[in-house]
Design a protein around this ligand. Structure first.
Ligand SMILES: *[C@@H]1O[C@H](CO)[C@@H](O)[C@H](O)[C@H]1NC(C)=O
Ligand SMILES: *[C@@H]1O[C@H](CO)[C@@H](O)[C@H](O)[C@H]1NC(C)=O
Ligand SMILES: *[C@@H]1O[C@H](CO)[C@@H](O)[C@H](O)[C@H]1NC(C)=O
Length: 185
């Protein structure tokens, strides 16, 4: 009895560890109190390698909906990808990001989101992430993770300087991309 409950507890612990995703922020249940709500339509023609246009997946698009709560350092996301096919690919913890760069330029990921799940027609990822954040990508000069020290306040203070995208094996620099400048409060 005692032994079997110990074993059960141990097994439960092991399966919890196995189920824990790589850390990119604290996963939270959905909350709905936001300082800023941002709706982004991501398309293949916005994808850049540096500043060179490298079109993403033809016919694909993504709806990236974000809610920012500055005091809680929390971002909620509801990401739907249409027509993004095949496996994800990125050197980061996930292949679905907010990067810091102006429209037409490229820059480091600041937030990594769980990749949308589904088929080649429609994939979805929704939830919330609370800082501190990690992307799994290190700045080559400083060796520091590009998500370290990033806050939702920094994002909220200059949303037009950020874009959202997702990367796949066939479109490693981006299958779809959209600038976060259509925000409304
Ligand atoms: C992106 O640009 C780099 C540097 O110019 C180049 O080595 C790489 O092949 C390019 N990648 C794609 C997918 O265009
Ligand atoms: C995510 O957005 C879709 C429509 O784009 C909506 O049907 C769904 O309810 C949303 N999910 C959440 C958790 O808000
Ligand atoms: C790496 O960090 C340095 C120092 O903070 C910064 O100037 C540079 O832009 C960063 N590089 C990238 C690719 O973000």
């Amino acid at each position: 009895m005692h032994l079997s409950s110990t074993i059960l507890a141990l097994l439960t612990t092991i399966s919890l560890i196995a189920a824990t995703p790589q850390y990119y922020g604290h996963r939270l249940p959905f909350v709905y109190e936001f300082d800023k709500v941002i709706e982004v339509k991501a398309v293949p023609l916005e994808v850049r390698n540096g500043t060179t246009p490298v079109p993403g997946e033809p016919g694909a698009y993504g709806l990236f909906n974000f809610g920012l709560n500055i005091a809680e350092d929390t971002i909620c996301f509801n990401i739907t990808l249409f027509g993004v096919s095949g496996a994800y690919k990125s050197p980061a913890l996930t292949a679905t990001h907010i990067h810091e760069a102006a429209r037409g330029a490229s820059g480091p990921p600041r937030l990594a989101f769980p990749n949308p799940v589904g088929d080649d027609h429609r994939r979805v990822s929704a939830g919330c992430l609370k800082g501190p954040f990690l992307t799994g990508v290190k700045n080559m000069t400083t060796g520091i993770d590009t998500g370290e020290g990033f806050t939702i306040k920094k994002l909220a203070m200059g949303i037009e300087g950020f874009f959202a995208d997702t990367h796949t094996e066939a479109f490693p620099v981006g299958a779809v991309r959209g600038q976060l400048d259509g925000g409304s409060c």
